[in-house]
Ligand binder design. Structure first.
Ligand SMILES: Nc1ncnc2c1ncn2[C@@H]1O[C@H](COP(=O)(O)OP(=O)(O)O)[C@@H](O)[C@H]1O
Ligand SMILES: [Mg+2]
Length: 346
């Protein structure tokens, strides 16, 4: 981690990178547990099938194992198998193609990025382009570096070379070296954590106020919170309740809402559906759809539920071993049999 606690500021607990960075490691174990309840049939299937038939390197098994790894050796191997097969389907993806997908007018660009953690390079010459008000979904095997891309944009990891630029035309700003606080307050980029970012003992409204910790005047955060309560009556009804009593869906809404307090232009969303019951998954995607299409936010998301993510997003990238292996519109990726076999369970 490159940023000290102090640089991240008082509210940084809410943007606590430790829990985010566990994305590929620590959290996935826990996610697997939670996955069992919900997105989880997939996870259970993976465990069962990997145990029952550890030798069959079939597409079916790899596909089922594409959920979060369960911690037993057989499943870890099958996750590797997904990565191996994903590497086989990798194509040459040109920057021109990425530009085309961003309608020739990228609002956020990652250019030739090499980034990782300490000495471990995870992203190798990565390029990404997303237009203003577009949504981009990153899919790919566990450990491919999807969360690391979001971390790199927000400033949670080490960047060795390359750059990240945000804005249109003359307003383009090189944000590569900005701290997470500056990303939020100056560049209008908000990062919505995978989970665990809500303060359970604080009320819903106090949690929202925390989202405005970078605002010069606390009243501004309160005004922003009121706007959010008007938009989401469901949250308003709960404003005096401690966050710990919220349902999973309400909690996810609170996490998203807190990021909205600063009125960001770009939302980085890691696994919005993880751990949620199906009805809440639909609710979360509806909220994101509204934020993109009504409020005009630009969204970059990581989604393990590739079908949902690609149905939602304008653009999809399949990430394999820190590189973009396939890129297309969401529809193109949904229709791509190679993507289907590995990531869509079809
Ligand atoms: N905080 C960290 N420190 C060191 N390595 C990390 C950290 N977070 C993730 N990694 C490693 O980076 C690689 C990519 O992880 P991640 O981006 O979380 O993958 P994904 O989100 O695609 O599952 C993995 O090998 C993971 O172990
Ligand atoms: Mg991740």
């Amino acid at each position: 981690m490159t940023t000290s606690e102090r640089e991240r500021g008082p509210g940084a607990v809410g943007h606590e990178p430790e829990s985010a960075e566990g994305g590929g490691t620590a959290i996935s174990g826990e996610a697997a547990g939670r996955g069992g309840e919900t997105g989880g049939h997939k996870g259970e299937g993976a465990e069962a099938s990997a145990g029952a038939d550890a030798s069959a390197g079939t597409g079916r098994r790899a596909r089922q194992a594409s959920g979060y790894h369960m911690g037993d050796v057989a499943t870890v191997i099958s996750v590797d198998e997904v990565a191996r097969q994903a590497a086989e389907i990798a194509e040459e993806v040109s920057v021109a193609e990425l530009e085309r997908l961003a309608r020739g007018a990228p609002f956020l660009s990652i250019e030739n990025l090499h980034a990782g953690y300490g000495k471990m390079e995870i992203l190798h010459n990565l390029n990404l382009r997303v237009g203003r008000k577009q949504s981009l979904c990153l899919i790919g095997p566990n450990g491919a570096g999807k969360s690391t891309i979001l971390h790199a944009i927000f400033g949670f990891n080490d960047i060795y070379s390359g750059r990240i630029v945000v804005g249109d035309g003359d307003d383009r700003l090189d944000i590569t070296a900005l701290s997470p606080n500056e990303k939020l307050s100056r560049a209008g980029i908000a990062y919505i954590l995978q989970d665990k970012s809500v303060f359970p003992g604080m009320t819903v409204e106090e949690n929202l106020w925390m989202g405005g910790y970078l605002m010069p005047d606390p009243d501004q955060a309160k005004e922003a919170a009121e706007r959010i309560f008007e938009k989401y009556p469901r949250l308003a009804q709960r404003r005096k309740h401690p966050a710990k009593v919220l349902s999973g869906g309400e909690r996810r809404l609170l996490e998203i809402s807190r990021a909205l307090v600063m009125n960001p232009e770009v939302l980085l969303v890691d696994e919005p559906s993880i751990g949620l019951e199906p009805r809440y998954i639909d609710m979360v995607f509806e909220i994101l759809d509204d934020l993109q299409n009504v409020e005009g936010k630009t969204i970059i998301m990581v989604e393990q539920n590739a079908k949902k993510g690609l149905e939602f997003a304008d653009i999809g990238y399949v990430l394999v071993s820190g590189q973009v292996a396939i890129a297309g519109t969401g529809e193109e990726l949904l229709a791509n049999p190679k993507v289907g076999q590995l990531f869509l369970g079809g």
